[in-house]
Design a protein around this ligand. Sequence first.
Ligand code: TAP
Length: 454
Amino acid sequence: MTTSQVINPATEKVVATFESADVAATDAAIERAHRAAPGWRDMAPGDRARLLRRFAEAVDADLENLARLEVANAGHTIGNARWEAGNVRDVLHYSAGLPERLLGSQIPVAGGIDITFHEPLGVVGIIVPWNFPMPIAAWGFGPALAAGNTVVLKPAELTPLTALRLGELALAAGLPEHVFQVVSGRGSVVGQRFVTHPAVRKVVFTGSTEVGKQIMAGCAEQVKRVTLELGGKSANIVFADADLDKAAATAPYAVFDNAGQDCCARSRILVQRSVFDRFLELLEPAVRGVRVGDPADEATEMGPLISAAHRERVAGFLEPSTKVAFTGTRPEGPGFWFPPTVVLPAGPTDRVLTEEVFGPVVAVLPFTDEADAIRIANDSEYGLSGSIWTSDVGRALRVTRAVEAGNLSVNSHSSVRYWTPFGGFKQSGLGRELGPDAARAFTETKNVFIATDQ
Ligand code: TAP
């Protein structure tokens, strides 16, 4: 074990220290989870459901504390942080409905009966990034626990505080010891051990596509189950027949929310050429109007970036030749601030168009017609989300079916609900989280034939 520091990204001050697990401590946690698995698996479904409901209620009772921890640790605005803690509560309540509904099938066969069971996997390892520490953790542990698995959770080194608190709340709510453990530490140590330890039967990873590929390759060694939620470069497609005022007023929030550190950020705005100039005129005041500042202030809409290193990485996308159309504001003084920035890319291979910036930088570019919009939207290795703005319902349906992405919205930017499926096409990921099938992703289907012949 070593000690690490947690820095408030809005003030650059140390807010806490925590213990970083080494390989031996990680192995010990995995082994405890492995030993706890049979008891949790064999608990009556209604009892498992009741404990998850109690866990949800404990999160609800602690909601303001969890939100304040996230403001201090991740620089999230207080409004967002409250939503995130509420999302954990809701995912747990929804998951609490799953143990009694994990239905198998009875399949007609000759000479007997054939039935299927959805068996839990055992220990599930969940690796969480720093951008949404609470919801991303809960999307994994809620359904995994509901399906009868035990969980070891590794938060990002930069943002462990809310995960550690959730571990305490689970125990206080009555979950048996070692059913849900939080193991803080480095990805290359704790996360990597989830991949290599044979008792971990599934890894749920959210983070960069680069590390996701390494996790997938590592899991292949043991044919270990894996869910990947990776990067995005999502398109916000605005047709000339759209409500332009609304499309322009909402576009900044679809990319600058959480300071752009969002895998669903609509970081490419594609605008039909005939309304391109008008759209930019409307977008400018909307971008300048984004309130950037102290995340604890109720009125703030955008906080800082997570770290100095990340701010440097984001700034690296703006080269001397980059054409910046306009920017919003940022506070002076300490904190990893970066202003909302609108860029007109030089061409289709411009890095700002092809790579995930993961910061408040958006590229705006024109398209000619529907086919051109679809071509540009799909000209990406990613395929996570996107938005289509049009008043033509037929076009909305044609374009949503043609865009290669897992989560699309029409005349809206909403993409995440705990009761609908979430995940990516292409290099944005593998598998789906949330929605009615969430618990199934943490089970193996077992088929049993029982002869009735005498
Ligand atoms: P990653 O390195 O991918 O980190 C994500 C999580 O994986 C963290 O918990 C990290 O641990 C862990 N990890 C790192 N290396 C690992 C390994 N070899 N084995 C197992 N686990 C490992 O992301 P990052 O460095 O924080 O961010 C880099 C870029 O990734 C961002 O700029 C952004 O483009 C992208 N990103 C995407 C997302 C989403 S939601 N798609 C989220 C975060 C970042 P530690 O960091 O604690 O060591």
